[in-house]
Design a protein around this ligand. Structure first.
Ligand code: PRT
Ligand code: MG
Length: 214
């Protein structure tokens, strides 16, 4: 039995069509069952539902053989013990710096001002600002980053942006893109050796599905 770790929401929703193209049916109604272990149409494959940021951990420890995780999550996790064979091109967004409409970010950077930046992605943020030579004090948050500049907790935030409507709703402006983000297939390196017979065809089928050949 192969175990595939997914998170609820966009990762689950956007992985289902790829599985379908690979010939693996999943009853979408099954997610409503609140069960955390879900069967698929393939008796050799089951799904487990975990928090998005926990997917790499399940796969790293071999509790899941494979998983789907955002590049953001993988960068923060570090990716140890994980083989990343395919960019699935799903759950696309970008990691960006955003600041209140009235804050001149470019000028603050030019002047070498010390910035207070709030983010859930402190690892990526630290690397980005260090590479630019910008001095920052990073404040780790777990959600609602958009609030931080509005109440004086931070000058700017580093967060995921897709349509931009969350930023607009909070009077924030995207001032710098750090990187494009999409979700990747991740594979436990030991499973890849011990279960190659099951995993290799699955990886190949998903790869073909991504390429539109599925
Ligand atoms: O929600 P939970 O705390 O359980 O975990 P999570 O937020 O990590 O999970 P989920 O399902 O929200 O996101 C899973 C993955 O989807 C992320 O790791 C990203 O790789 C990817 N993804 C793609 C996104 C978005 N687009 C996205 N827009 N993840 C989050 N957002 C959020 C963003 O943080 C911001 O709050 O949506 C808001 C911005 O959206 P727009 O459309 O208003 O710009
Ligand atoms: Mg979320």
């Amino acid at each position: 039995m192969i175990t595939l770790a997914l998170s609820k929401g966009r990762i689950f929703d956007e992985t289902l069509p790829l599985l379908a193209a690979a010939g693996i049916a999943v009853d979408p109604a099954i997610i409503e069952s609140r069960k955390l272990i879900l069967p698929t149409g393939d008796p050799g494959l089951r799904l487990i539902i975990v928090r998005a940021s926990d997917v790499p951990t399940y796969v790293q420890y071999g509790a899941a053989d494979i998983g789907v995780a955002g590049r953001d999550v993988l960068l923060e996790h570090g990716g140890e013990g994980l083989y990343q064979p395919i960019d699935l091109g799903i759950a696309r967004c970008r990691l960006s710096v955003a600041a209140p409409a009235g804050f001149d970010y470019a000028r603050a950077v030019r002047r070498g001002s010390r910035l207070r930046v709030a983010s859930k992605y402190v690892g990526c943020a630290r690397q980005h600002f260090a590479a630019k030579g910008v001095h920052v004090d990073l404040v780790k948050l777990y959600g609602s980053m958009e609030l931080a500049p509005l109440v004086g907790l931070a000058d700017a935030i580093v967060d995921l942006v897709s349509t931009g409507s969350t930023l607009r709703a909070n009077n924030l402006v995207e001032v710098e893109k750090i990187m494009d983000i999409s979700a990747r297939l991740i594979v436990n390196q030991a499973s890849l050796k011990t279960r190659a017979g099951q995993l290799e065809p699955l990886i190949a089928a998903l790869s073909a599905a991504v390429a539109g050949e599925g």
